[in-house]
Design a binder for this molecule. Structure first.
Ligand code: GLC
Ligand code: GLC
Length: 651
């Protein structure tokens, strides 16, 4: 959009721009800058327009974008152009991802490079390598306390190793996802050490206070993220002699985004990693970016403006790179991280579907799909060209982040239902075979979340311990059912490393003084490669899970309507154990694949006559996953215990 105030500012900036920038051929950069500058200016002004140095800051912002564009390797610039043309590339059903800790998966970046064939064997073509940057020794929150945004943790390798990995992944058509921990730094980051030394400039990078007055004010409305290990949201720093805001752990200092220097520096970090060959950047804890007295300091309007600005700027320098929003918040808030408008207020193209994740676990515990159906029915519609990251579990705890109103609509009482779920997964409930652990228990609110590996939560650990073949089979089926759900829902399925071979809980974290207080470590394994080798031995659990997932991934890639074009229809059926939805072809308005899932440990049936137009099948149905027709008796489809179908009408 052409608008004179912003255009005048842009002209001023370009007139003053440093000679090393103006001498370069930046044709594509300028075209994109012209297109986005109205948005950039409006957002930057809303956030920082009251400052005397606004024009200088805007100059600095544009120069930062230009300098990173100049550094952007030619190959990546070409990729940007290709993705501009193929703009729906990230919605494709061809993508299937896995998230992992480099250390736990392969010790080092070099080791990871040597294991790339493992992903190809399974069909994984997107890998999220969780934080690999320098962090404090001991407590580092699994790498999410960053001490240097550009230096790789020497334990896993060097920047050259990462570049080599990225290049090899490109060759093999595997996308690379890296984190940018935008909300905070560790207390060992250079900015924090300068702040501790009393430098005002760097104290303004954080929220620091001389007295408890303002912190006490904030505390009245701020919840606690880690109530057991890091109660409160502020930490007294002896060296600095001031309080500092630390929403997560006491060694994670929240960045102050009301300071434009922080925004520009972090944009520079985002663009730096884009230039190292990351295809997708996962922006960590984005719900927390803006702090306001009297609020929960989550999901604030300004947090969205910051993300819109980050997106607009990144599109100018590195338009081929997309963002994942990690905002583990309620459904209504969650969708806002896509932005409010696909054209003028875009934020992150991909967002964690924490609601679906939690609802799937509810279906596991209750063995019915009542809340799952209810929650998905009320999942707000998302933007076009925005897609979910669908996952069963990740490196974090499982929070029961669904809406109380939905729980009520299923005739459960919210607090007792939540308590039932916690009890179920922590094995306190009689009939439960789950072996999870509570995380973040808050005695003040009664709230708790859940840790535990997928296999242990699904009952596999218990079943193997008692050596019960039926129970092992059921747990395996449940693990596959959950994967079938994230692969067919619409969005990017993100598997979690180790789950593909049924990795159980790992209790060794209890011996590490820095980890023992944080139960999330129980599901952050070091891969046992001997166990992984059993994927080649028929009859083992590893083989059953791995080969089934391999097939599922291959089949998913062939089903065009599994790409995410908001082309899903939830189908409400009478049988409460079933979760049924259809995937249709958007342009042809043609119904294509019917997904049917049974969360019960007993076989269930579905009357095809109840499915309206989705059920009008005059041709034989085939289950695409198994390549055979399902059992149907007098128009009743029979779904085995913990079974699922991807049904297609044979022509
Ligand atoms: C993100 C990470 C989580 C970490 C938190 C604080 O939510 O996923 O592991 O504890 O941010 O950095
Ligand atoms: C909270 C945060 C989320 C983070 C998690 C860490 O749920 O909302 O961002 O991943 O804590 O366990």
């Amino acid at each position: 959009m052409y608008e004179q105030v912003s255009h005048t500012l842009l002209n001023d900036i370009l007139n003053r721009i440093k000679p090393e920038i103006s001498e370069q051929d930046l044709r594509h950069f300028y075209t994109r800058l012209g297109a986005n500058f109205y948005g950039i200016h409006s957002l930057f002004k809303r956030l920082y327009g009251n400052r005397d140095d606004f024009a200088q800051q805007a100059q600095h912002l544009v120069e930062t974008m230009a300098q990173q564009y100049i550094k952007r390797p030619e190959k990546l610039r070409q990729l940007d152009l290709a993705r501009e043309k193929d703009y729906n590339w990230f919605l494709s059903q061809q993508l299937v991802g896995m998230a992992l800790y480099c250390k736990g998966f392969a010790s080092t970046l070099h080791g990871l490079q040597e294991r790339l064939h493992y992903f190809q064997e399974l069909g994984i073509n997107l890998v999220h390598v969780m934080p690999i940057l320098r962090c404090p020794e001991g407590s580092s929150d699994g790498g999410y306390a960053v001490s240097d945004f550009r230096e790789i943790n020497p334990e896993v390798g060097t920047l050259e190793d990462l570049q080599a990995l990225a290049a090899e992944m490109k060759k093999r058509d595997i996308l690379l996802v890296l984190d940018v921990v935008v909300n905070h730094t560790s207390n060992k980051h250079y900015w924090a050490t300068r702040a501790k030394a009393g430098e005002k400039k760097y104290q303004e990078y954080y929220y620091t206070f001389k007295t408890r007055n303002i912190p006490d004010m904030f505390e009245q409305s701020m919840p606690e993220v880690f109530p057991e290990t890091a109660p409160g949201n502020f930490t007294w720093d002896e060296e600095m002699n001031r309080w500092v805001m630390t929403v997560f752990n006491d060694y994670q200092w929240d960045l102050n985004y009301s300071n434009p220097a922080v925004f520009i520096d972090m944009l520079n970090v985002v663009l730096f990693w884009a230039n190292q060959g990351a295809d997708i950047l996962r922006l960590d804890a984005v719900a927390f970016l803006w702090k306001k007295i009297g609020s929960t300091c989550q999901n604030e309007r300004e947090a969205h403006l910051l993300l819109q600005l980050m997106k607009d700027c990144c599109q100018v320098t590195a338009p081929g790179v997309v963002f994942i929003a990690e905002a583990i918040v309620g459904p209504v808030e969650m969708v806002k991280y896509f932005g409010e408008d696909a054209v003028i207020a875009k934020e992150c193209e991909i967002a964690y579907n924490a609601t679906y994740m939690a609802l799937l676990w509810d279906a596991v515990a209750t063995k019915n799909a009542r809340l799952l159906n209810q929650g998905i029915k009320n999942l707000p519609v998302k933007l076009e060209r925005a897609t979910w990251l669908n996952y069963i579990r990740c490196h974090d705890d499982i929070g029961l982040g669904f809406d109380d109103r939905d729980i009520l609509l299923c005739n459960y009482e919210p607090s007792s239902h939540r308590k039932f779920l916690i009890d179920y997964f922590t094995g306190k409930f009689d009939d439960s075979h789950a072996r999870g652990l509570p995380f973040g228990e808050n005695v003040k609110t009664g709230d708790a979340r859940i840790s535990g590996s997928l296999a242990s939560l699904a009952g596999l650990e218990y079943a193997m311990e008692i050596g019960d073949a039926d129970a092992i089979r059921d747990a395996t089926k449940l693990i596959l059912l959950l994967h079938a759900m994230i692969m067919s829902f619409g969005g990017l399925p993100l598997l979690y490393y180790g789950d593909e071979i049924g990795t159980l809980n790992d209790d060794s974290y209890r011996d590490d003084p820095y980890k023992k207080g944080d139960t999330r470590w129980v599901h952050r394994p070091s891969i046992d490669w001997d166990k992984a080798d059993r994927r080649n031995t028929p009859g083992t659990v590893e083989y059953e899970i791995f080969t089934a997932l391999k097939r599922m991934i291959a089949v998913r890639k062939e089903i065009g309507v599994f790409a995410d074009f908001n082309n899903r229809e939830l189908i409400e059926v009478e049988n409460p154990h079933l979760f049924v939805f259809g995937r249709y072809h958007l342009q042809k308005r043609q119904k294509e694949v019917l997904v049917v899932a049974n969360f019960s440990n007993k076989p269930q049936h579905l009357n095809l006559d109840d499915l309206g137009s989705w059920g009008a099948k005059d041709r034989p149905l085939v289950d695409l996953y198994r390549g055979e027709s399902p059992d149907i008796f007098k128009n009743s489809l029979v779904i085995p215990a913990f079974g699922f179908y991807w049904l297609y009408e044979m022509i």
